[in-house]
Design a protein around this ligand. Structure first.
Ligand code: ARG
Length: 558
């Protein structure tokens, strides 16, 4: 990649590590670096050493920054590469031989699939796709919350009510859960009952297991409906319960290594100099904890997949948990060469504080997604005149509404840095204007409609095309196309799919300007027409490749 190549060149010439960036404004060059300022080098001397490289047309110093202008043939060559590599363009094998485990989605049995789990699913899936695109062996693992004291509460309620298990829905389960909490406020002894039931479950009690299994099935049915709507399928679903028989060994190892000690009956983990607050590893009645299960999960993953990276896409409210977890792994000395990463997501807020769901105060994600689809179908109905929108009826239309609605929800989630709180505002999400999923899908459909109208015409870069004779709008578009691969790499390394959103949004805007200002099918010469069609094709391809990585579909017509 060019950026890396230039960084290496600078290092070769100066002995200093440089960071090369892409300026926002191409009049400042195609790449630039602040290495001279940072390393107190004479910028002109650096330029003199690099001048001979065949990469550059010119190198200019502006305010101490070194700005590189590439030879134009690179832009034209890149365009040809897009035409050739199509959906593979932007992929690479830099991850070859490396393995990443991505822990994402992880909803909890007998509780609603929440907005936080939606964020985790969408962001986690995009990161999964990115790593795969760069050649990593990628393993998705849905760490379902299907074990823990909360099941004691549920089993207690179901036992005392003698409800018919098969007739229950997730909503019933939630209700029971809420009821339990209300009752336990009046009568705290119920908590002991619940604890006793969880203990029975952990000891393999038949009745308890039966109830737990039934709850799990009820929830999984609902989760599957949501995954289907989202078009997400996670490689592994090893819930917390999978680690039932694997925790004792870990607990023993923690004791043997002196990493846990008893305090008022419970087993706790303390950190040297109290760098982190202490935590409970095992409760006084012998019940296991979320933390212990996570330790067992890591042990299992290390052995099974030998990963280089284990990344967790989980809400910011669990930051402390993951700090403690990673620190404990360090103390255990299990994985010196493995990188552990907590990819935090912020909260999702609704514009007016609350989500418009027709049901009570818990957010029912399925309704939110259905609403997205129904709003998308209104959007298609109100399609603007003079648009690449084909008239579609029936099944095609429903499918399209789903692609747009779900894509819009995903884009809203991905277009800002994952750690930020985001606002859920239907007017922005389902909108053909602005930085939205539908805007990008629309831009893609526009490229396809131009190409369709051009049928019979070649899409090609003739040797008669001279970069210097192109108009500014074409030059800019061509230059922007060069940066897709870098963006992909950067987005992957920093777990930031939002970089892809920013990039394709910017590209789509440039394309729309080109579409409005530059005649494509009515170009003066045959070569010009072929070239503009090639640009159109390339922009469409890049938007599509970007959206695909984000887990968003690109319908040909809207
Ligand atoms: N089920 C958990 C929750 O909803 C998230 C699990 C995240 N993954 C993990 N390995 N701890 O809060």
């Amino acid at each position: 990649m060019l950026k890396k190549e230039i960084e290496n060149l600078i290092e070769g010439a100066t002995g200093k590590k440089a960071i090369v960036e892409t300026p926002d404004n191409f009049s400042y060059g195609d790449f630039s670096t602040n290495v001279a300022i940072r390393e107190k080098l004479n910028a002109q001397e650096v330029v003199d050493k690099l001048k001979a490289s065949p990469l550059f047309e010119k190198i200019k110093v502006i305010n101490g920054f070194i700005n590189f202008f590439l030879k134009p043939e690179y832009f034209l060559e890149n365009l040809k590469q897009i035409l050739k590599q199509k959906e593979k363009y932007g992929s690479s094998s830099i991850g070859k031989g490396k393995t990443i485990v991505i822990d994402y989605s992880a909803p909890n049995i007998a509780k609603p699939f929440g907005i936080g789990h939606l964020r985790s699913t969408i962001i986690g899936q995009a990161i999964y796709n990115l790593y795969k695109f760069l050649g990593y062996k990628t393993i998705g693992d849905n760490h379902l919350g299907d074990w823990g004291t909360q099941f004691g509460k549920l089993i207690y309620k179901l036992k005392t009510q003698n409800s018919k298990l098969t007739a229950l829905t997730v909503e019933d389960l939630e209700k029971l859960y809420v009821e339990f909490h209300k009752e336990a406020e009046q009568n705290p002894a119920l908590n002991d009952e619940a604890r006793a039931w969880f203990k029975k479950l952990e000891q393999g009690d038949k009745k308890a297991k039966e109830i737990w299994q039934a709850c799990k099935e009820i929830s999984l049915k609902e989760f599957d409906r949501i995954y289907n709507l989202l078009g997400v399928k996670i490689d592994n679903v090893l819930g917390e319960s999978f680690y039932q028989d694997k925790m004792q060994d870990i607990f023993e190892e923690m004791k043997k290594k002196n990493l846990t000690k008893q305090n008022e009956g419970a087993w706790v983990v303390e950190f040297e100099n109290n760098v982190l607050p202490s935590l409970v590893l095992m409760k006084s009645d012998g019940a296991t904890t979320y933390f212990l299960r996570d330790l067992a999960t890591i042990k299992y993953r290390l052995k099974k997949w030998k990963p280089d990276i284990i990344a967790y896409e989980v809400g910011v409210d669990q930051s402390l948990h993951f700090k403690q977890l990673f620190k404990t792994i360090e103390m255990l000395g299990w994985a010196k060469n493995v990188c552990f990463e907590h990819i935090v997501h912020g909260l999702m807020r609704s514009k007016n504080g609350k989500f418009s769901t027709r049901k009570g105060d818990t957010i029912h994600l399925e309704y939110v997604l259905q609403e997205a689809i129904s709003k998308a179908s209104d959007l298609i109905r109100e399609k603007p005149a003079e648009s690449p929108v084909g008239n579609q009826a029936g099944k095609g239309k429903n499918e399209l509404a789903k692609q747009i609605g779900i894509g819009a929800v995903k884009y809203n989630d991905l277009s800002q840095h994952h750690s930020r709180d985001i606002v859920f505002d239907w007017d922005k999400i389902i909108n053909l204007k602005g930085n939205s999923g539908p805007y990008l899908q629309y831009a893609f459909a526009r490229t396809q409609s131009v190409l369709e109208k051009a049928n019979g015409n070649r899409v090609a870069v003739s040797s008669k095309i001279d970069f210097n004779e192109l108009g500014e709008i074409e030059k800019t578009l061509l230059k922007k196309l060069l940066h897709f691969s870098e963006i992909i790499e950067q987005a992957t390394k920093t777990f930031s799919p939002n970089l892809i959103c920013n990039y394709i949004f910017d590209l789509a805007q440039s394309f729309n300007l080109f579409y409005n200002e530059v005649p494509i099918l009515k170009a003066d010469t045959k070569e010009q027409k072929e070239f503009r069609l090639a640009l159109t094709f390339a922009v469409g391809q890049i938007i599509k490749n970007g959206l695909t990585l984000l887990g968003i579909e690109s319908p040909n017509k809207m």
